[in-house]
Design a protein around this ligand. Sequence first.
Ligand SMILES: Cc1cc2nc3c(=O)[nH]c(=O)nc-3n(C[C@H](O)[C@H](O)[C@H](O)COP(=O)(O)OP(=O)(O)OC[C@H]3O[C@@H](n4cnc5c(N)ncnc54)[C@H](O)[C@@H]3O)c2cc1C
Length: 427
Amino acid sequence: MKDKQYQVVIIGGGTAGITVASKLKRKKLNLKVAIIDPTEHHYYQPVWTLVGAGAFNMQDTIRPEKDYIPKGVDWIKEYAEDIDPENNLVTIKNGDKYSYDYLVVAPGIKIDLSLLDGLTETMDKNNVCSNYTNPEYTWEVLQKTKKGVALFTQAPTPIKCGGAPQKTAYLSADYFRKNGLAKDVKTVLALPGSVIFGVKEFADTLMQVVYRYGMILKFYHKLTKIDAVNKVAHFTLTATDESNCIITVNDDDNVIHEEIVGEAKVTIPYDMLHLAPPQTAPDLVSKSLLAHKEGVNKGWMKVNQFTMQSPDYFNVFGLGDSAALPTAKTGAAVRKQAPVIVENILRLMDSKDILPESKGYNGYSSCPLVTGYGKMLLAEFGYGNKRMSDSLLSTFVDTTKEQYSMWLLKKYGLPILYWNFMLRGKA
Ligand SMILES: Cc1cc2nc3c(=O)[nH]c(=O)nc-3n(C[C@H](O)[C@H](O)[C@H](O)COP(=O)(O)OP(=O)(O)OC[C@H]3O[C@@H](n4cnc5c(N)ncnc54)[C@H](O)[C@@H]3O)c2cc1C
């Protein structure tokens, strides 16, 4: 039975959901739009990296959700529990059903601690911290780490803002340096991949940063377990040929006492551990008819990577962290995805064809790589890790090099852009 009928229903009122709703209402004021999201708070997550380094106040990253639901949009304050694209229906937690002409799916990403052995018991405790879950605790742990190993790593699942774990490592290394602790604390960055960054121009600069701080860098380290009692992180080496043993920077004497355990298992004892926890598509998406059922994208929402349209349901679109797209999951990516969806929905309403793929989303994403207090490079790229750059910015600054101006952009400029322009549908 249909309780309510909307022209557009949006699941999720985070970065993506609010941006799409605002843009739709700006283009067509009388549209009947609903956002489904139970949250009281809207979080500006990108500056949690700075919160974790004591350079930004957590409270300033949180605002009431009600202040950002666009005027004239109905806010359904509940979890969406089921999507039935065959009948154009969304069921929410209390059982109510809402029907739609067009559906936009944007419930973000699910952090699932249970996917990593030993993590649930120790997350945000015992010096195990994460800017993804509690950046204030990261700052607390950082300040009390005076010696030993500060280990930075990530779960081997897709994660939002793939650069965030290494930004924290650089800021922490800078913190230890500034406070005269660099001799006593070894900063270790252990990554599952084979390169520090997928785009060469930025990777070159980041390797210089690693050397500058005397960090120990490990590749092919797939995190498998955290033993919080003994403060040891367990990894398997994903490339077991001889060469992977050579890919290590600044640790020829094994000063951090890494041990090879068995054929391809490695343990690293730590005093401070920062990690990106395991992340998956929300259950709502993965159990629905909209998800990939097989392959590397299993569970994530199936969309055409240019038009953002479901290949199976013409009136369903997906964007943001829950969409299966071969690019980095960031708010910056959402800013470029949202206008494509808005344009395509309005075209379909006017009985026109959607935008051709060539005029759709090009995979743009960006990662503000903070490399220390007052230093940042801005990595912008698209599908195929092709470097892209904002034409205005790149006229004035070389964004592949560390810049103070980019730090100012991150700390002051981007939050203003986010709250006042992007969420208002103006950017
Ligand atoms: C530490 C950290 C650093 C980051 N740094 C950057 C950066 O520097 N630059 C950058 O661009 N991005 C960065 N990001 C990533 C960025 O914040 C996300 O990519 C962006 O918020 C994704 O938008 P979204 O709308 O898909 O998800 P979100 O903004 O997370 O919103 C999802 C919304 O869906 C709601 N929801 C969930 N389930 C349901 C349900 N069943 N029913 C209804 N509603 C539901 C939630 O309540 C939430 O409001 C960072 C993230 C983190 C954690």
